[in-house]
Design a protein. Sequence first.
Length: 240
Amino acid sequence: MKTRLRFLNLILILACGVTVWQVRANHLEMAARERKTFEPRAKSNPAGEVKIVPIPPAEPPSAYVEVATRMMFAQDRNPNVVEEKKPEPEPKKMPPLPVLYGVINFGDGPIAMLSQDDSGKQGSYKVGDTIGEFKLVKISKEKITFSWDGQEIEKTADQLKAQAKSAPKKTTKETVAKAPAPVAAPPAPTKPGPGKETGGRERACQPGEKAPDGTVVDGWVKRTTYSPMGAVCFWEPVAK
């Protein structure tokens, strides 16, 4: 009996020891959790300074005047109007001077025998007369003065006469008008009759033939058939 009691006491002591150990382990675990939860956290490194860039001031509307006035798609908004300069007209070219054939004077003043060019018709001209684009201002045996386009042009008689020799003469081909080309005579009418063989009993019509349908020539009669493609004529032997 005593042995059993001792054994039971030993078991109780062991159970109490295990219980105490388990309670202590739970207590230590809870204390660690509390420390971890309530202890202050470690201080983090301070963040670097953030520089705030100031917002630039808004541009006034006057700063966009150049953009509005120089819009490439609206040239009419450009205040600087570019005037296109018209090309200056080319100076008027003076035509060849008249050709002088001589100067005569019958007491009424000198008269110049002139023509517009070497091949032109000669005529007599006094001071004040006009020949071509030139007006006679002065006439003498040695010199003749013309007026052209507000300018006075003075030439010696020898210079005006020399123009007749230096002026290029027109060839016969340029002076003589070409005769009109002869008109070709119309082709003679085709004599009615059968044309080439077509490989059967019929024969083809001749080009340009205008004989009416039913015409009989040398035992052949003309026939014409009509289809959506047009009229087709042929010749066939006359039925006996």
